[in-house]
Design a protein around this ligand. Structure first.
Ligand code: ATP
Ligand code: MG
Length: 506
């Protein structure tokens, strides 16, 4: 293998902090390299420099041994660099196929002519033949679920003849099946000599698909290792990432005194949630596990009033409550921490302090009208410290934080509401292992005085953090047991039960 790209001594400074500090990194043709590091370590910043989104302050980049200038995205594309960003930019009213070819030379003009749009659509169809992913390319992308938008972004990168493909947390919302389709492409591209940078928080994926890994910590590259014989030492990686070892990921479960706090009875949401009932107790964490598409997302939205129920009744401490809209739900002391932070979790162009206090603004109002800015700052700082949000100031806009730190702000906001019932939906998407630990601990400590419900597609986390476990599949509850009476294997079995039946029947 020959070296394709080499980054030497790259530094990037943002106001008040160094995101990258004299970073070195090199990658061979046909090599798949994982880029690992906790939230805010500098991973996305490095790939944005390589893709021409950010300009480096210092350092050099070489491609095939020659020093290159990458000053804008076009420079990167011309060098054969394709990137799927953590937050892919799209034009919401454009269809999938238009977004795939957006920004390509000439295509922006072509998009306005019917004949050429037909050609582009045919091109996109060809692309889908090559990479059979399930996605609707004819609908405006704002109508698509997040997962299909992610696929459009991946297709956009694959549509180019690339020599280096960069994937920034591509699998955070993909299903197992889609993940395998993606892994197959990666193998295919690798066999053609394409170099691949793969950013992920899932260490298990490193073993599945990567030839080696590089770890970043605090803007510095702290390790570059090859994977020999498919064996990855997870503890060693975690130590590189955190700078210390992590003795346990999941907090110890304490047996508290319990009391029924929240009940959902016979909930139906269209064809997605089919007659689901559950009881959440104060003093306990209730875990509902289901794969992407199982209905857990719709169930959480129904509880939060952001999706209408076809049927269902809800009770808090025995009294029936309304969930007709999010406002009514919040007033009833229920707090939802949504899975898709970009769309539902916060207002990106506003400060951390605004975002943290907004749902419970009453707490910082003087005479009901003026904001007590000192209290706002004090309260926010307390929560930012508690959640260890990496930021120089609480005035920073949330969209300037790294992905995982944005998720921590969503948590800070939830903590500020002092709710009786907390509903966490996919709470650790894109969150590093150290922060995951922090989040699980927060959930356990909240459960001492409130009912905590976690809905997630990661079986290990549901098992690790819950006292009582339910499994959902195609809108139905297929298993429910005390945590001590089940295990991850059994949970998974009940989450894919029908697929197994189909396989066996064939
Ligand atoms: N546009 C920006 N303005 C100001 N600061 C920024 C900007 N982009 C990134 N940063 C800061 O640079 C640091 C590194 O961020 P980066 O996005 O590279 O982290 P990351 O390793 O990708 O983390 P994550 O796993 O959370 O995505 C963070 O502290 C972040 O707040
Ligand atoms: Mg990132």
């Amino acid at each position: 293998m020959s070296c394709f790209i080499e980054v030497k001594g790259v530094t990037k400074q943002f106001v008040g902090m160094k995101a990258l500090d004299k970073v070195n990194f090199s990658l061979d043709r046909g090599e798949v390299r994982a880029l690992l590091g906790i939230n805010g370590a500098g991973k996305s910043t490095l790939i944005k420099i390589i893709s021409g989104i950010y300009i480096k302050d210092e350092g050099e980049i070489f491609i095939d041994g020659e020093k290159v200038k990458i000053e804008n995205p076009q420079d990167a594309i011309d060098l054969g660099i394709s990137t799927v960003y953590q937050d892919p930019q799209m034009i919401p009213s454009f269809t999938g196929f238009e977004n795939i070819y957006l920004g390509e030379e000439n295509s922006n003009k072509l998009l306005f002519s019917t004949i050429n749009r037909k050609k582009l659509r045919a091109k996109a169809k060809m692309l889908l033949k090559k990479y059979p992913l399930e996605v609707d390319i004819d609908k405006p992308v704002y109508l698509l679920p997040a997962i299909e938008r992610e696929i459009i972004a991946i297709l956009r990168a694959l549509s180019k003849d690339c020599k280096l493909l960069i994937l920034d947390e591509p699998t955070s919302i993909l299903t197992e099946k889609e993940k395998h389709v993606l892994f197959d492409f990666i193998r295919l591209l690798k066999s053609k000599g394409v170099a691949i940078i793969y950013i992920t928080h899932h260490i298990d994926e490193v073993q599945q698909i990567c030839d080696g890994y590089s770890v970043f910590r605090n803007g510095k590259d702290v390790a570059h290792e090859k994977i020999v014989g498919n064996k990855v030492d997870v503890n060693k990686i975690v130590e590189y990432m955190l700078g210390e070892s992590l003795s346990h990921l999941y907090p110890k479960k304490k047996k508290n005194k319990t009391e029924v706090a929240f009940e959902a009875k016979n909930v139906v949401v269209g064809s997605k949630v089919n007659d689901v009932s559950f009881t959440a107790k104060k003093g306990e964490v209730l875990g509902i596990f289901g794969l992407v598409g199982s209905g857990i997302d719709e169930l959480s939205k129904a509880v939060f009033g952001s999706m209408a129920c076809t049927n269902g009744k809800f009770y808090k401490y025995g009294k029936q409550i309304s969930v007709k809209n999010p406002k009514a739900v919040i007033e009833n002391g229920i707090c939802l921490i949504p899975g898709n932070r970009k769309e539902e979790g916060f207002l990106p162009g506003l400060s951390i302090s605004f975002n943290t206090t907004i749902a419970k603004i009453k707490k910082i109002l003087i005479a009901g009208i003026n904001i007590n800015t000192k209290k706002e700052a004090r309260d926010t700082q307390g929560l930012v410290d508690k959640m260890e949000v990496a930021t120089p100031t609480i005035k920073k806009h949330v969209n300037e934080l790294s992905g995982g730190n944005q998720q921590k702000v969503v948590f800070a906001k939830a903590l500020y509401t002092d709710a009786d019932v907390y509903v966490f939906c996919e709470p650790t998407v894109g969150v590093d292992i150290g922060a995951k630990n922090k989040i699980y601990e927060t959930m356990r400590s909240l459960s001492e005085n409130a009912a905590v419900i976690i809905l997630s597609s990661e079986p290990e986390e549901v098992y690790g953090v819950s006292d009582y476990i339910m499994v959902m599949h195609k809108g139905h509850i297929t298993m429910e047991k005390q945590d001590t009476k089940t295990n991850v294997k059994e949970m998974l079995f009940h989450a894919v039960i029908e697929e197994r039946e189909v396989e066996h029947g064939e």
